[in-house]
Write a protein that binds this ligand. Structure first.
Ligand code: HEC
Length: 406
């Protein structure tokens, strides 16, 4: 029963998380579009009021006339709309999911028995859980330090972007060495998302509060408060597509169960950023196709790196006969029954599993055949059996690799 409630809690939290993230990122994309679509005000009245830019739009059966002021609106109403709950809800629900899915079973999901580092292989579940959380806390602090040291008055934002890019490649490499691939992708995505939400919490909102306070007191706000907020907000714009990719990658084991998972992860982060850059520029009327072209090249490169290599012939099979024809479904299903059905069954016997994970049941040969392609993929890239709990041998993997899947 406990397993069922965890599973149901997972579904509800995920629902909340995805909705909050859509609302937050949707708003972020909308405001970037708005900011870059502003034109100098045309009306005399607006000019006199000091309007910086305006945009007309038609939507939902009506016309909208947005006007942006920098730090000098003549008066501020009390019912000012603030944006922060969407960011906080996304982070909190995401962290809740991380606790439920990874921290509760940290010994299976966060300890990497194949890590090249002995200390990482020998970590307990608790230690791995603490280390994962430290990645988020320390990672955000390093990012924030970089902003403060490299571009303190928003004067070297180009160099800052380079430094943040290098930092993300380093994080991608470190996490894939320490944690299992799936967790490494998630932790890197969660770190980027933590930088985004923490920037809203520690920089963007406090800066805006100081600006509002100064305006209400009839003083001139410090323009750096606006500039620092904008700097973080610009980073958030380029983080959105990579973060969404890293969250989705969890369902595609070919991305992270790969020797070069850190290269794949880095390429996805940069591909997301350049594709976003194309849309950012488009709002200003530019149509620079070099950005999506660079993105497409990176995505093609990922496909090339991630594609499984052709099956290696199985040693010990009757010589002369084509290897694939030699492996029978009975042989394969025998291996599956021994190594997979503890978890992938109508009634899993592995403790903590209330239902077949990922909805995949492998009790019968028909089911094994139905999932042939997926089975070959996850066994080939060593993602399954999970943490090799059921101790599958290399010979068994070779048999499955040589199986034609029919
Ligand atoms: C200890 C439990 C356990 C064992 C043993 C196990 N699995 Fe899994 N399997 C899981 C879990 C948990 C997931 C869901 C993880 C996820 O969402 O990626 C999963 C997911 C999968 C998926 C879907 C992966 C995807 O990319 O969506 C396939 C296919 C799969 N397992 C096949 C197998 C095969 C084949 C074996 C035996 C060689 C096996 N599993 C053994 C726990 C197990």
């Amino acid at each position: 029963m406990e397993g069922f409630f965890l599973e149901y809690g997972n579904l509800l939290l995920r629902w909340l998380h995805v909705i909050a993230a859509i609302a937050w990122i949707g708003e972020s994309i909308y405001f970037v579009m708005l900011d870059l679509s502003l034109h100098a005000p045309k009306g005399e009245h607006s000019k006199r009021l000091g309007v910086y830019g305006e945009m007309w739009a038609v939507h939902g059966g009506g016309f909208y006339h947005n006007q942006k002021y920098l730090t000098n609106p003549a008066e501020l109403p009390n019912d000012l709309h603030w944006s922060f709950w969407k960011a906080y809800t996304t982070w909190l629900s995401g962290f809740g999911l991380f606790m439920l899915l990874y921290l509760l079973k940290a010994d299976i999901y966060l300890v990497n028995p194949a890590s090249p580092w002995e200390w990482a292989r020998n970590m307990s579940g608790t230690e791995a859980g603490i280390l994962a959380v430290l990645f988020l806390v320390v990672g955000y602090n390093v990012y924030s330090r970089l902003c403060r040291i490299i571009s303190p008055t928003v004067n070297h934002d180009g160099w800052l972007s380079v430094a943040v890019g290098v930092m993300m490649v380093l994080v991608a490499w470190l996490t894939t060495q320490i944690f299992p691939g799936r967790a490494a992708f998630l932790i890197t995505g969660a770190l980027m998302a933590t930088c985004m939400s923490a920037s809203v919490f520690f920089w963007i909102i406090p800066g805006q509060r100081r600006m509002v306070k100064a305006l209400k007191a009839g003083e001139k706000p410090n323009p750096l408060d606006g500039a620092w907020g904008k700097q973080r907000s610009v980073h958030n714009t380029y983080f959105t597509l990579p973060v969404i990719f890293l969250m989705l990658s969890n369902h595609y084991s070919f991305t992270y169960s790969n020797e070069y998972a850190w290269v794949i992860m880095s390429l996805f982060i940069f591909a997301g950023a350049v594709i976003r850059q194309y849309f950012v520029l488009r709002h200003t009327g530019k149509n620079d196709l070099r950005y999506p072209a660079a993105g497409v090249i990176m995505l093609a490169l990922i496909g090339w790196i991630a594609a499984p290599s052709p099956a290696t012939p199985v040693a010990g099979l009757a010589s002369g006969a084509p290897a694939q024809a030699a492996v029978t479904i009975e042989q394969v299903h025998g291996i599956i029954a021994a190594r997979c059905t503890e978890c992938h069954s109508v009634k899993p016997t592995q403790p903590g599993f209330a239902a077949a994970p990922a909805g995949i049941m492998l009790d019968t040969t028909a089911e094994t055949l139905q999932h042939a392609a997926q089975i070959k993929l996850v066994v080939g890239n060593q993602y399954m059996p999970l943490a090799n709990l059921t101790k599958m041998t290399d010979e068994e993997r070779a048999v499955i690799a040589a199986w034609s899947g029919q």
